[in-house]
Design a protein around this ligand. Structure first.
Ligand code: HEM
Length: 491
């Protein structure tokens, strides 16, 4: 059997040599600088994602290669190939070395930044913290959302709600992870340290994003603000880690002040960090994992909420239908089951995740010579060869908008389509396979809860006048360029 597999594999590899996939028609066929310059420009001014889609349509292919300097990079928006990368040939691919290099100084070795056995260890370590009872704890969200609502003008004047969502998800994520919120949405002295942490964190992720895109040239430029920020972030997190480790050992080190600052006895609640401390892993490992999860969960959920409110402000039909569903609760807080039963709300979130995926593209590198199932030959249906080390970009944004997969109305925002579609490998906002997003339930619960509470508190919504069309802001994840500037009328 093993021999048969080997022969089949060899045959596939040979097939790839005779059926190469399409190559981008570069103006600069040596280094591919034309595409590099165009990408750089669009990443800075917006429009990058639609250009990516346009290139696929122009070439009439869902898989093609392009040059990045001398490297031959594969691009794909084909569900078959993406399934192979993420699941059926999972061990053939890893995260790209460039991404890892950008992440290590701040985020160290954690679930998001490692591969192989190291990643397996992290995944097993963190999995118990993401069971439903932990992520279904809605009390974590309630206090912070009320702070957010307090920041919204009552006279209907314009506010950038995206900025508030980024503050909200920082507050909720730090509460869940450290047991003490950064409290960015609360003004005043007690949150000054948290605010400084949030500021440092925002700056560092911006730089990491640039390094991940442009490589180590940027990392070599001395940047004191960057190194100081990393130092502050580490010290801030280490302070909580030390307390949790002491708590795990002696059971009483959490100071009274912490519990008071939280407005509750914090050790009665599930605290991610405390559970990690109980496992006995070392302090550096705990710090790295906390920062990895903070990174994975904070900007993403804020992005999802931001795109949702951008749409709601421009689609009164969707807003009305959604609010009608939400108001079946009156002003009561929803529980987990009620959230899951709000069908139109869930469809709306699915549709936002389809048209505006927060991780719109992603990359892997092959760890050995291998193949991908489709993209070769004149009809694009033959396997293609992937060489060890070769980079592959997979573009979820393009795949989610394909008319052959979603119908002629693929570009329309239509939550109702989810009444009758059940896509599998064509729909991957949270990734799939062994590295599927571990926080998906947390994210959807937080987003749903926030939308419900906001729609209970406000009866109408309008966009700022004179705004141009929607363009994305691509850092490490996607958000709305220029913010989500809306006016809300209290209920
Ligand atoms: C709308 C919100 C979210 C979206 C769209 C999202 C999407 C994703 C995607 C696409 C990946 C795969 C990345 C890759 O392998 O390259 C991922 C991984 C991950 N996500 Fe999420 N995520 C969201 C929220 C969250 C939240 C709230 C948490 C935690 C509280 C979280 C924790 C993680 C972790 C730890 C990983 C790494 C998993 C692994 O590699 O094994 N995510 N997420």
């Amino acid at each position: 059997m093993a021999l048969l597999d080997a022969v089949a594999h060899h045959t596939l590899v040979l097939a790839c040599f005779i059926t190469p996939c399409k190559t981008y028609p570069h103006k600069d066929p040596i280094l591919g600088l034309d595409l590099f310059i165009e990408n750089f420009r669009l990443l800075n001014k917006g429009g990058f994602l639609d250009k990516l889609s346009e290139r696929y349509y122009r070439q009439n292919a869902w898989t093609y290669t392009q040059l990045l300097f001398r490297e031959k990079v594969i691009n794909t928006a084909d569900p078959e190939n993406i399934k192979a990368i993420l699941a059926t040939q999972f061990t053939d691919f890893q995260h790209s070395p460039r991404r890892k290099a950008a992440f290590y100084p701040t985020f160290g070795h954690g679930i998001f930044t490692t591969d192989g056995a190291e990643w397996e260890f992290s995944r097993a370590l963190l999995r118990p913290s993401f069971v439903r009872s932990q992520v279904g704890d809605l009390d974590i969200f309630e206090a912070h959302i009320s702070h957010l609502i307090n920041k919204i003008p009552r006279d209907g004047s314009i506010v950038d709600i995206q900025q508030l969502f980024f503050a909200l998800t920082m507050d909720t994520a730090t509460q869940f992870l450290f047991g003490q919120s950064a409290n960015v949405l609360v003004e005043g002295e007690p949150s000054a340290r948290g605010e400084k942490f949030a500021e440092a964190y925002d700056y560092v992720t911006e730089i990491v994003g640039i390094q991940a895109k442009l490589g180590q040239i940027v990392a070599k430029i001395p940047n004191k603000r960057y190194t100081d920020s990393i130092k502050y972030i580490h010290e801030y997190v280490e302070m909580y880690v030390q307390k949790a480790v002491d708590f795990a050992k002696f059971g009483h080190s959490r100071s009274v002040h912490d519990a008071e600052a939280n407005g509750r006895e914090s050790h009665e609640k599930y605290v991610f960090l405390e559970e990690l401390a109980k496992t006995g892993v070392d302090k550096k490992k705990i710090r790295d994992e906390l920062l990895n999860v903070l990174f994975a969960g904070r900007d993403t959920t804020a992005g999802l909420l931001s795109f949702t409110f951008y749409i709601l402000a421009r689609r009164p039909d969707v807003f009305e239908k959604l609010r009608a569903e939400v108001m079946t609760l009156g002003s009561e807080r929803p529980d987990f089951a009620q959230i899951k039963n709000m069908k139109y709300l869930q469809y709306t979130l699915k549709e936002v995740n389809r048209l505006y995926p927060i991780v719109p593209f992603n990359a892997r590198a092959a760890v050995r010579d291998t193949t991908l199932p489709v993209g070769g030959g004149s009809d694009g249906k033959s396997p293609i060869l992937v060489k060890a080390g070769q980079a592959i970009n997979y573009q979820i944004y393009t795949m989610h908008r394909r008319k052959d997969l979603y119908g002629e109305d693929a570009l329309e925002f239509k939550p109702e389509r989810w009444e009758h579609i059940r896509p599998t490998w064509q729909y991957l906002p949270f990734n799939a396979g062994p590295r599927i997003c571990i926080g998906q339930q947390f994210a959807l619960t937080e987003a749903s809860y926030t939308i419900i509470r906001l729609l209970q508190a406000f009866k109408s919504i309008r966009p700022r006048e004179g705004e141009g069309p929607l363009t994305e802001l691509l850092a490490l994840t996607s958000s709305v360029r220029g913010g989500v500037n809306i006016g809300l009328t209290p209920a």
